[in-house]
Every structure is written in C-alpha cells, then in structure tokens.
Design a protein around this ligand. Structure first.
Ligand SMILES: CC(C)(COP(=O)(O)OP(=O)(O)OC[C@H]1O[C@@H](n2cnc3c(N)ncnc32)[C@H](O)[C@@H]1OP(=O)(O)O)[C@@H](O)C(=O)NCCC(=O)NCCS
Length: 427
C-alpha cells in the first residue's frame, strides 16, 4: 500500500511540471486492493489494535480504511508517467459506516476499488470481512470486483470514500483517469455510485440547518419546552438562577429537581485539544482524514462512557462526514462532543463531535468536520438516561439526532438483510 503512495509522493511539488497528465482508461479491477489483518495469528499486530474490553479498536480500523482508500485512489490515477505533475489525493467525504465487528478476535480482510469517477473525484467502495484462519489468501489472483462488492455473513463493515485529486502545488482539483466498465454488473455498480453522489447532495439540503422543523416536530418542541421548564436548572455559575426565571412561567418553588434518569444535554459535553504532529500527515503536510476520524470516534466513546457511567458502549455506526478544509501539521485541533439523543427503553444513543482548527495567533477557529456516531450500551443492567435539551439550538440538535437515528435504523436494517444471518441488533 505504502509503495503506491510513495511513488507519487517522490515527485517534488515545488518543481514546475509543464507536462500535461496523459489520461488512460482504467477498470475497477485496476485499482482493486486487499489488506489482511491477521489478528488471530499475529499477537504483535493484535497488540496494536486491542481495546480495553478485548475488542478490536474501531478508531484504528478507520485509519486503515482511510489509508487504503488513499492507496486505491493513487492506483487509479497512476498513468505510469514519472514526468507528470504530482497529484495529491485528499479525503473529501466518507459515507455512513455501519460496523458489525464481533466481540471475538478474528482475522480481517479489507478490500476495495474505485466504483465511480467524476472529473477530479472518485468513489471508492471498501468492505471489511472476517477471513477464516485456514483461508486461501492469494495475491495477484484475477479479481472479480462485482463479486467482491457483495455483502455476506462474513462482512463486518462496508463504506464508500470520496477522494479528490488536487494538483500538489496549486491545490486545485485535477482531471483524473476515466473509469471504464467491463461487464453489466460493473456498470450497475457505477450507476449505484452515481446515484449515491446525487443522494448525498439531497440529504445535505434536507438538514435542519437548511430546512425548518416539520409541523409535528414544532409541536414536540413546545412539549419539550413545557417539560424542561418544570425542572430546576442548577448549572448556572451566576448567583441566583436568572436563566430559569426568565425562560419559565413557573416560580422557583414550583419547579422540581431533574429526575435521576434525565441528563441535561449541556452536562454531556466532553472536549479535547489535539496537537497535530508530523507523524499523522501525508507528505504534503496535511493531516490524514483517518487520524481525525479515529480521534473523533474515540472522543464519542469517552462521551458515551461518561454519560452512561460505564465502559459498556460500543460504536455501531458513523454517519457520512465531509472534510471541508485541510488540517495542516502543527495545527491545534479542537474536538467538542456531546450526547444529542438518548433515552430508555432504547439502548442506542447519538453522539455529535465537532472538529475545528484553532489559529492560535489570530485567535480564530474554523470548523473542519461534524461527526455523528451511534453507540449502543451493551450492559443490560444499565438504564440509558434521557438526554434533555434546554435551548432552541439544543432542541435542533436533539431533533436532528432523532432524525439521524431513524435514518440509521432503516439503513442498518437494509444492510442486515444483506448480511443475514448475523446476530447483530440495535436497541
Ligand atoms: C475536497 C476539496 C479539495 C474539494 O474542494 P472544492 O473547492 O469543493 O472543489 P470543487 O468544488 O471543484 O470539487 C472538486 C470535486 O470534489 C467533489 N467534492 C467536493 N466536495 C465533496 C464532498 N464533500 N463529497 C464528495 N465529493 C465532493 C466535487 O463533486 C468535485 O468532483 P468532480 O471534479 O468529480 O466533479 C476541498 O474541500 C478540501 O481540500 N477538503 C479537505 C480535504 C482534506 O484535507 N482531507 C483530509 C482530512 S483534513
């Protein structure tokens, strides 16, 4: 994997390359790649990935997925011309990622290939599967990419990355090799990928930041206002409790303490600051998207754990995420997380993580990504508390969290139909 990336990155972006990139037709099989992770047979490898509860660290797998997507992208854009201007591949977005990792340690294979090419962007499908210990693992075998895109009972994850090729010196998107299909099955895969691109655009337009709550949601917002107004909000750092008196028609003595099974959304917040060291960069001084995903996922776990007061949560999925701006080496990355939707009898909860780059000198901040994770409490003895919003902005996050939960349940059910008979379920 590293060899492919190394080849393109050996070119010096500061050297002015006048030669136009010659475009060559590429097939899906041309970019196909496999990575084996033999956790069962390699204790050294397992040591790098093992989590405190004995499972495989999901965040570390996210890093591998991003690195694999990058290597596949480089394989697709390669035109075997050492004189061509150097191109950098960046992660533009990652589709929803559902995880079905078993509790037991298994050997995994990650594999994928380019499924759709626009002008400068390409979609890459990647799946992870359990590989039996005695499996016949052969490199260099002719790949049937259509067959490889099927999901089955051994599948533990499947996702799609969009990678964009930019000129290494001007940082402008550049045209990449076109993708040709070699069978009706591959043509179908490309059509699905094309439809995905359109769907993502539509979904982004339907978000609550662009579309007001529905009539039903507006009614629920009022119910929620009436509910939180009856509880004492004792988080005010000021003397007295002006916030409550101002926002509620109930006098302080009429208000009740917050029930034990409810937590104010503001009390679920967990923040972290990360120094982006050179070890997490690609050669063009950008921090890997996979590193940022890993950090966000680990913060979502910490946030869910402190909310549940247990190490029982597991990550079920990550919603689609966009990488809006590059993060450069030396940046100070701020991550803020909070539980935006949770409540008994459901066992799953939604955690939002906002990643921003802080410019220390200018004292300014720029948001680079917003992540949404679904986690589930695996301890049946724990009653998942209800998270209670208190401001209009928090209610928007709560509604958005619930919309995402509904969407996620449907998406996961559809996947589970493909993966049957896997014994995974959502609360
Ligand atoms: C990805 C990036 C280069 C796109 O820049 P841009 O100014 O939006 O460029 P354009 O609008 O010309 O889009 C270029 C291509 O990217 C695609 N694209 C842009 N944003 C996208 C997104 N969020 N998801 C999928 N595709 C996207 C466009 O559809 C277009 O595709 P096409 O050329 O095949 O038609 C820019 O957003 C960026 O640098 N992001 C940070 C990437 C990064 O550093 N990631 C690592 C983690 S920090």
């Amino acid at each position: 994997m590293d060899k492919i990336i190394h080849k393109e990155n050996q070119k010096d972006p500061k050297v002015h390359h006048t030669k136009e990139r010659v475009l060559v037709d590429k097939t899906m099989a041309d970019s196909h790649m496999d990575v084996y992770l033999p956790f069962k047979s390699s204790p050294e490898l397992l040591e790098e990935y093992i989590f405190v509860d004995g499972r495989i660290r999901t965040g570390k797998l996210l890093e591998d997925l991003d690195a694999l997507a990058g290597a596949i992208a480089y394989k697709h854009i390669d035109n075997n011309d050492p004189q061509a201007a150097p191109v950098t591949i960046v992660t533009a977005s990652v589709d929803r990622l559902d995880l079905f990792l078993p509790k037991a340690v298994e050997n995994y294979r990650l594999s994928g290939n380019v499924t759709y090419v626009g002008t400068s962007s390409m979609e890459i499908f990647i799946k992870g599967e359990i590989v039996p210990e005695n499996a016949d693992i052969e490199n260099g075998k002719e790949i049937d990419v259509a067959k490889n895109s099927y999901l089955d009972a051994n599948t533990v994850l499947a996702t799609r990355f969009t990678m964009v090729a930019i000129d290494s010196s001007t940082h402008k998107p550049v045209q990449i090799n076109p993708l040709i299909t070699t069978s009706p099955a591959e043509k179908r895969i490309r059509e699905v990928a094309k439809m995905n691109k359109k769907r993502k655009k539509k979904e982004a337009e339907a978000s609550l930041t662009r579309q007001a709550p529905t009539a039903q949601e507006s009614l629920e917002m009022h119910d929620m206002f009436l509910e939180f107004s009856q509880y004492v909000y004792n988080n005010s750092k000021r003397d007295g409790d002006y916030g409550d008196d101002f926002a509620s028609t109930l006098s302080p003595d009429e208000r009740k303490p917050l029930p034990d099974d409810c937590v104010w959304m503001s009390d679920t917040r967990r923040d972290t600051l990360i120094l982006c060291h050179a070890q997490f960069r690609n050669v063009h001084n950008n921090i890997f998207g996979g590193f940022i995903m890993k950090k966000a996922l680990e913060l979502s776990f910490a946030t869910a754990s402190t909310f549940l007061r247990s190490k029982a949560p597991i990550v079920l999925s990550m919603d689609g995420v966009t990488f809006r701006k590059p993060v450069y080496v030396g940046s100070l990355l701020s991550m803020k997380a909070g539980v935006v939707w949770a409540g008994y009898p459901h066992r799953s909860l939604q955690v939002r993580v906002v990643a921003s780059v802080i410019d220390i000198e200018k004292n300014s901040k720029e948001t680079t990504n917003v992540f949404y994770f679904t986690l589930s409490c695996t301890d049946d003895d724990i009653k998942v508390p209800r998270v209670l919003p208190r401001t209009y902005a928090e209610i928007m996050l709560w509604l958005d969290g619930r919309r995402r939960r509904t969407h996620g349940l449907n998406a996961r059910r559809l996947l589970l139909d493909d993966l049957a008979p896997l014994p995974h379920s959502l609360g």
